[in-house]
Design a protein. Structure first.
Length: 79
């Protein structure tokens, strides 16, 4: 199951689709996996097939870094 802040973070980070805001309806699991894979340097071409574990791991690391950065900024401004 995808945690909503991470889903929102992956959507915001995924500039390939031109999205800079959180979508109104939640994305499907396949769309989330593709967005995370794009962050992990997947090109998303038809001939490449589905993203592999290494690509997803890199993408999840970028999402995690982004979420931690947002939480750090919120904590800094709450003082």
């Amino acid at each position: 199951m995808v945690i909503p802040p991470r889903s929102a973070a992956s959507s915001c980070l995924n500039r390939r689709n031109g999205m800079t805001t959180v979508p109104v309806s939640p994305p499907t699991i396949r769309e989330v996996i593709r967005q995370i894979a794009t962050l992990g340097r997947s090109l998303g071409r038809k001939c490449d097939g589905e993203p592999r574990v290494k690509t997803l791991r890199r993408g999840l690391q970028r999402v995690r870094d982004f979420v931690e950065g947002v939480e750090h900024m919120r904590a800094g401004h709450a003082i």
